[in-house]
Ligand binder design. Structure first.
Ligand code: FMN
Ligand code: SF4
Length: 454
């Protein structure tokens, strides 16, 4: 029987957090006693592996495979990190998830801890998500009071604690290895060689998973691997996925849908289509570090596999859709994103540290009407240099630039030949790359899953 939607978000407003009682009433923490006392950790790892759960933090690495990378005889202590840094422009799915359902992430961390024989979990959260952090801390005390955390949990030999760590507030702190340095109180360069599952936090085995990835774990363990697989639209897209949509659409917000839901369905049905008077021009499918897609890709399934098949540089990322309408200048939008990447580069390696500010200066000149005919080629060359950078940050920065130059060549050339932006617009930094806080659902009048704080 198909499961009714949504499962981890449960249809509700952002400020309506699922209480401990409600979470338990709907099966939450239910099997934990049995699991911690009678289930072998390797069986849980196997179930998660069989479920095909792919990491929801952007790269799509199978969670079960990551857990298998942690050797059985690895030393202790071991750590689980729930990554809720979420500093990518236009991305706000984890904020909503944690605001609505903190207990599913806590239970996911406990089960991940037990499966990997870890003793401590870190909940790593963006500092501007203070309200979410407070909700999570409240949920943690409830879980502790109910005996789900601490020593000898539910009469078993398992002990596990979760600590909340507010990030220092840089985008690179969300990159798994940068995050490890950040947690250790060091500069968040991502320069750690090898797998974190062997040498992570303080040199100990560490699993870093996105918060949404961990949120699925209790449901998989409770309902089984094939139940989870069947939720998705096809066999390479197991489970449900939280997508978010921002821009000038009728219902900007966060939607839990079967993984692999087509791009057009998300924009036109779930987000309600464009606001009256605005035409769809392009979108970024998964945050700032993905490549523009036009309407001709509306049929494509929003999952890791289908997006990668579109071609080089295309990827799903976080599934955080940013929609741009006909009044948006994509040169200005891309400049806005590159300004972010330029500011956030950690500076560890030369291509990124030097190359991104140079790309910013080229794009800025084009937008001001001062670009030379060779600027698009120079930008393409710089995008190629990003492949030599140390971490995925630089490739992500190159993705919208490559898309702009290759797929919107006419718009870029028009800026250069007309010596001005062909679209009359105000300051692009003021444009709604994300919905404004408090934006209303046009149909119900409710404030629904609004806002991205970027
Ligand atoms: C610059 C940069 C920022 C990232 N920020 C986040 C983040 O905020 N949250 C997240 O879960 N993953 C982020 N990632 C991906 C992480 O490195 C890592 O792949 C992820 O946390 C692993 O979890 P998953 O396998 O469950 O997706 C980022 C990656 C890069 C390159
Ligand atoms: S690519 Fe950028 S963010 Fe990554 S290590 Fe190099 S300088 Fe730092």
């Amino acid at each position: 029987m198909p499961a009714s939607l949504p499962l981890i978000l449960r249809d509700r407003l952002e400020h309506e957090t699922i209480s401990m009682d409600e979470y338990r009433r709907t099966g939450g923490y239910e099997g934990l006693r049995e699991l911690l006392n009678h289930e072998a950790p390797e069986n849980i790892k196997k179930t998660v592996l069989d479920s095909g759960l792919q990491g929801r933090g952007g790269a799509g690495f199978p969670a079960g495979k990551k857990w298998q990378l942690l050797p059985d005889d690895a030393p202790h202590p071991r750590y689980i990190v729930a990554n809720t840094d979420e500093m990518e422009p236009g991305t706000f799915k984890d904020r909503l998830l944690l605001s609505v359902n903190p207990h599913t992430v806590i239970e996911g961390m406990i089960i991940a801890g037990y499966a990997n024989s870890a003793q401590k979990g870190y909940f790593f959260i963006r500092p501007s998500y203070q309200q979410v952090a407070l909700k999570f801390e409240k949920a943690l005390s409830e879980a502790r009071a109910a005996g789900f955390l601490g020593q000898k949990i539910l009469g078993s030999d398992f002990y596990f604690e979760i600590v909340v760590h507010r990030s220092a507030g840089r985008y690179i702190c969300g990159e798994a290895k940068g995050l490890i340095h950040a947690l250790q109180g060091e500069r968040p360069h991502p320069n750690i060689e090898g797998h974190l599952t062997e040498q992570g936090l303080w040199g100990r085995p560490t699993i870093v998973n996105n918060a949404e990835t961990l949120a699925w774990v209790p449901h998989i363990v409770r309902n089984g691997a094939s139940w989870f697989r069947d939720l998705g639209k096809h066999d390479k897209a197991p489970g449900n996925k939280i997508y978010s949509v921002c821009g000038r659409v009728r219902r900007p917000g966060v939607f839990e849908l079967p993984f692999g839901t087509p791009l057009g369905e998300i924009i036109e049905e779930h987000a309600g289509g464009m606001l009256p008077g605005y035409e769809f021009k392009a979108c970024l499918p998964g945050g700032a570090s993905t490549r523009y897609l036009t309407k001709e890709f509306f049929h494509v399934a929003m999952d890791f596999d289908s997006m990668a098949k579109i071609g080089t540089g295309h990827r799903l990322g976080t599934g955080a859709l940013m929609v741009f309408d006909h009044t948006c200048c994509l040169v200005a939008i891309t400049l806005n994103l590159i300004q972010f990447f330029s500011r956030e580069s950690c500076g560890w390696c030369t291509p990124c540290r030097e190359g991104i500010p140079y790309m910013e200066s080229l794009l800025s000149a084009i937008e001001r009407g001062e670009g030379g005919a060779d600027f698009p080629a120079r930008l393409q060359e710089m995008c190629r240099h990003m492949r030599n950078a140390y971490c995925a940050f630089a490739l992500g920065a190159a993705a919208p630039v490559e898309g702009l130059i290759e797929d919107f060549e006419d718009e870029v050339k028009a800026h250069i030949t007309l010596k001005k932006c062909p679209l009359e617009h105000d300051d692009p930094n003021q444009w709604p790359l994300a919905p404004m806080p408090g934006i209303e659902d046009l149909e119900t009048g409710n404030e629904r899953y609004p806002s991205c704080p970027v």
